[in-house]
Each structure stands twice: as structure tokens, then as C-alpha cells.
Design a protein around this ligand. Structure first.
Ligand code: ATP
Ligand code: MG
Length: 251
């Protein structure tokens, strides 16, 4: 089943001589439970796309369908806030946790903002923290945790509203190899057991090798694609070669 389809999305920043076409007619679809990776050189439009999908930014043209339904004016307030809270979970490179709140308070926040009653919030928070293996850290502050643990808190927070789509912009960008694996294994489990649809932007072929499919961006366009059957050394090598091919276009 199709979770997301976008058609002919374009976005420019600036005017006249300074105009930059950040996204140039992007179209693709994503199945429910699919893990999609996006790679591409710096400035190729990856974050712009995630921001548009998450209604943090608006496209100049193009259409977004979620579960087959055209999203009209989804990026315009007050619809944008509703759209985000109902459909989207965000995960950032820098975790973006609130440092003065405990782990469990951070995870609870999206549900509290939705007005969910406290009993239900407590139950859901417990479930989510168990899922990412952080139950015993619930009373701690984020800064008392390792980077990998903090990112797992951020994943639990993004997931607690059961979003149609998880958007992760460089989720392992601040993590070393082993803590990246912790985070990737959680994405993998969520895709396999929970049928969660996920888009990950990454520069790391090892990270991309966890995806079912990789899209390669160059200058706001999709210039290459890789269907990934399994994640192993060979797929990492193929992804790296394709990525190098895309990057070298700049020379
Ligand atoms: N708010 C903005 N105002 C003006 N220009 C912007 C804005 N956001 C992005 N851009 C420009 O749009 C282009 C695409 O940027 P984007 O952040 O999407 O790239 P990216 O692929 O995420 O790069 P990176 O890998 O460095 O994160 C770049 O040329 C960037 O300078
Ligand atoms: Mg970016």
C-alpha cells in the first residue's frame, strides 16, 4: 500500500540573480513500511524536501498524497500544525530534546500537546521507551545519556503519535559507528514489526544500506536510484559507488 506519493514538487529560494532552484520537479512514491534513504551532495535539496513533506516549508508547485489522499493547503496554517501533529514524526541530527525535561517528559510532549489524557500518555510513554530500550532512563535528563540513547529518545518522541511518516534528517550525523547501529536497528525494527514508513537523509552509505531503496539527489533532482535487496557489504559498496558518481558531477 502506498503511504506517500509526491508529484512534480518544485521549490526556489531567493529572487532574480540570486534565485536557487532547491527542488526541481521531484516525484516519487513510498510504500507503507518502506525505509527510503536519500543521499546527495550538500545543497542538493534533501532537507528542503523533508521540510516540505513535514509542512515546515511550502512547495512552489507540486502535489503531496498521503495514503492516497491529496493534501490540499497542508502547508498553510492552521492546517500545517494539524497535518504535522497527525501525520509526521521528525528526527534531527542534533536530537532537539528539551534539556530541562526528563526523558519521559520529552517523549510525552507530543501527546500532551494533542490533549491526550494523562493515563493514556503514561501508558504510551512506557510502551515507546520499552521499544527503544530506555525504560530505566526515564527519570534522567537528556544530557545524562549517550548520543545514541538521546537519539533513541528522539525516535520514541517522534513515534509516539503513530505518524504516517517518519522523517529523519541525518539521524546518525552526530553519532559514532556503534551508536549509529543502535539507531539503525531501531529503524529496522520499526519498519519490520510496526510497518512504519520512514525517510532518512544521510551521507553515509552504511546507513543507506539499511534502506529498501536509495534515491540520489543532485541539484534538486533525482538523478539515480538503487533498489536494495539486503543490507550487506556489497550493497554498501554499490551505494558508495553511486554516491561518488553523483558527487563527481560537481567537478
Ligand atoms: N531558507 C532558505 N533560504 C534560502 N536558500 C535556502 C534555504 N534553505 C535552503 N536553501 C538553499 O537551497 C538549496 C538546497 O538546500 P538544502 O538544505 O535542502 O540542501 P541539503 O541537500 O539538505 O544539503 P546538506 O547536505 O548540506 O544538508 C541550497 O542551495 C541552499 O542554500
Ligand atoms: Mg540538509
Amino acid at each position: 500500500m502506498e503511504a506517500l506519493r509526491i508529484e512534480n514538487i518544485s521549490k526556489a529560494y531567493g529572487i532574480k540573480k540570486n534565485k536557487i532552484l532547491a527542488l526541481n520537479d521531484i516525484s516519487f512514491s513510498l510504500n507503507k513500511g518502506e525505509l527510503l534513504a536519500i543521499m546527495g551532495s550538500s545543497g542538493s535539496g534533501k532537507s528542503t524536501l523533508l521540510n516540505i513533506l513535514g509542512a515546515l516549508d511550502s512547495p512552489d508547485s507540486g502535489k503531496v498524497y498521503l495514503n492516497g489522499k491529496l493534501q490540499k493547503e497542508y502547508h498553510i496554517e492552521p492546517f500545517a500544525t494539524k497535518y504535522r501533529s497527525k501525520n509526521i514524526g521528525f528526527i534531527f541530527q542534533s536530537f532537539n530534546l528539551l534539556r530541562d525535561l526528563s526523558v519521559e517528559e520529552n517523549v510525552a510532549l507530543p501527546l500532551i500537546l494533542q490533549g491526550v489524557n494523562s493515563k493514556e500518555v503514561g501508558k504510551k510513554v512506557k510502551e515507546e521507551l520499552e521499544l527503544v530500550g530506555l525504560e530505566r532512563w526515564k527519570k534522567h535528563r537528556p544530557l545524562e545519556l549517550s548520543g545514541g540513547q538521546q537519539q533513541r529518545v528522539a525516535i520514541a518522541r517522534a513515534k509516539i503519535t503513530e505518524p504516517n511518516l517518519l522523517l529523519a534528517d541525518e539521524p546518525t550525523g552526530n553519532l559514532d559507528y556503534n551508536t549509529s547501529l543502535e539507531v539503525l536497528n531501531i529503524f529496522k525494527m520499526m519498519r519490520e514489526k510496526l510497518n512504519q514508513s520512514i525517510i532518512i537523509v544521510t551521507h553515509d552509505p552504511m546507513v543507506a544500506s539499511y534502506a529498501d531503496r536509495v534515491l540520489f539527489f543532485y541539484d534538486g533532482q533525482i538523478v539515480d536510484e538503487y533498489e536494495n535487496k539486503e543490507n550487506n557489504k556489497e550493497s554498501i559498496d554499490i551505494i558508495l559507488e553511486k554516491f561518488k558518481g553523483v558527487i563527481s558531477k560537481h567537478d
